[in-house]
Design a protein around this ligand. Structure first.
Ligand SMILES: Cc1cc2nc3c(=O)[nH]c(=O)nc-3n(C[C@H](O)[C@H](O)[C@H](O)COP(=O)(O)OP(=O)(O)OC[C@H]3O[C@@H](n4cnc5c(N)ncnc54)[C@H](O)[C@@H]3O)c2cc1C
Ligand code: SF4
Length: 440
């Protein structure tokens, strides 16, 4: 089991967050691309939410046409480099590779994808030219993967696009959420700069849209509005002690790790509550930042966790321990977190039943709640006629991504309830086509 000390320098950070999928060199890419069987009706293509022509780009790499490979990738997915690094390829393209049936390691599709796309980014290669202006203007709210993908596709069709972004960096959770050992902030920002140079959309940073007046003025100026607003803050558990110092929401904690990793206060004994991928990330990141003991606590059984198996394996690999069938009833402490009180549970017909008299306490000095993200229904209620589902996800037409207010389109986490970067990229692009189908 690797041991990490609290990083105090950039070099320490590089070690702690060593890339899981480092860039290939040309020899590695040539060798790996030679292994592809170029299947007819390739299952990897069907498994990719953006439908990249994977056999084609791998053949292009293999024949030395790296720019062509990058073009094949970007024609389907504007987040080509980022997705190559952060996609859960084990359950998507690589999970579908026919080699898996023969006990042979699948082709490293994600790394080949990043190999090709990073090269055109690095040499600032121009692959796209926007169409001449068509006289129509679209506002995009949110510069996450959904919003930026929508903007790229619209620019390709000649729309003028302005993105309004609340934060000071683009790419949403790609930069503020995705684990630092999957992708570096530099790689994320480089891809967005390259996209902006290719497509010429405008991003207004530190520009949250939060009032009915702002919405009215956008509606008056723009022909259509795309909502790529993602999800909200960590959902509270409503148990005593949640407001103690050193009790953090996972998305807020991870945002700190991503933006100021050397300033994050990491506990010595950390308890992470939750069983999804965000819980695994929060636990892994705490361990890599030098926590001595990290315990993941989930209210159901290990088998019922929502996290991908490989994410749990990653966390275990850096020393994270799991306790299952235990639900917290209180965060303990006086000003600062001192522990968590749990009660044991059983799962019966999908329901969590607590076991009377089974309470126990786990001492710790930090708690991270990975209990899911809230939906932004408060914001949505400012838009006339816009409807959302019971779970707070925006209602859309599944083909055009048009909402119940015909001027608005939406995609990404705000619509799918929280998925992956690749899904947001796919939906943003489809929504741009939806906008065009209504306007043309
Ligand atoms: C901790 C964590 C780790 C993750 N790890 C991975 C991973 O490894 N791989 C993977 O594929 N996916 C991962 N995901 C999921 C992935 O990041 C999201 O599915 C994806 O970013 C969603 O894109 P989006 O554009 O819909 O929303 P977001 O990425 O959330 O972007 C929304 C943007 O809109 C802005 N915004 C919101 N409201 C307003 C407003 N009113 N005005 C102006 N701007 C606004 C926000 O500031 C943000 O920039 C992770 C998510 C989390 C939380
Ligand atoms: S975008 Fe993601 S799922 Fe699609 S081929 Fe690339 S790495 Fe695989």
């Amino acid at each position: 089991m690797p041991e990490f000390k609290q990083p105090t320098t950039e070099q320490d950070l590089e070690l702690a967050f060593e890339q899981l999928k480092p860039y290939m060199n040309p020899t590695m890419a040539y060798y790996e691309s030679s292994r592809c069987l170029f299947c007819y009706d390739a299952p990897c293509v069907t498994a990719c939410p953006t439908g990249i022509d994977i056999p084609l780009f791998i053949r292009q790499i293999n024949t030395g046409n790296v720019d062509g490979a990058a073009k094949t990738i970007y024609d389907s997915n504007y987040f080509g480099n980022i997705c190559g690094k952060v996609c859960p390829t084990e359950v998507l393209c690589e999970g579908a590779c026919v080699y898996n049936h023969q006990d042979v390691k699948p082709i490293e599709i994600g790394r080949l994808q990043s190999y090709a796309t990073s090269q055109v980014i690095e040499k600032e290669k121009r692959l796209y030219h926007p169409a001449p202006p068509n006289g129509k203007k679209v506002a995009v709210i949110g510069a996450g993967p959904a919003g930026i993908s929508c903007a790229c596709e619209l620019r390709l069709m000649g729309y003028e696009v302005t993105i309004f972004e609340a934060k000071k960096h683009p790419s949403g959770l790609a930069i503020y959420g995705c684990a630092p050992y999957k992708v570096t902030n530099e790689d994320v920002l480089d891809e967005i700069v390259w996209l902006q140079e290719q497509f010429g959309f405008e991003i207004l940073y530190n520009h949250p849209i939060h009032s009915a007046e702002q919405i009215k003025s956008l509606e008056a100026y723009f022909d259509a509005i795309f909502l790529g607003i993602g999800l909200g803050a960590t959902r509270p558990m409503s148990i005593p002690g949640e407001n103690l110092e050193n009790c953090y929401g996972a998305t807020e904690y991870i945002e700190q790790v991503k933006i100021s990793p050397l300033k994050v206060r990491v506990g010595k004994k950390v308890v992470v509550i939750g069983g999804g991928n965000t819980a695994m990330d929060a636990a892994s990141e705490s361990a890599r930042l030098g926590a001595e003991e990290v315990t993941l606590a989930y209210r159901r059984s290990k088998e019922e966790m929502g996290a991908y198996e490989f994410e749990y394996e990653l966390a275990k690999g850096v020393g994270v321990k799991g306790i299952f069938n235990a639900v917290p009833t209180a965060i303990l402490g006086n000003g600062q977190v001192e522990g968590v009180r749990f009660i044991k549970t059983n799962s019966e017909n999908g329901r969590v039943i607590t076991v009377p008299g089974s309470e126990f306490e786990l001492p710790c000095d930090a708690v991270i709640l990975a209990t899911g993200q809230e939906k932004k229904t408060g914001f949505l209620s400012l838009i006339e006629g816009l409807e959302w589902n019971k779970d707070g996800s925006i209602k859309v037409n599944v083909e055009t991504f048009q909402t119940t207010n015909p001027k608005y389109f939406a995609g990404g986490d705000a619509v799918n309830g929280g998925a992956e970067v690749v899904n947001a990229a796919a939906e943003g692009k489809m929504a741009a086509r939806g906008i065009n189908s209504i306007m043309a």
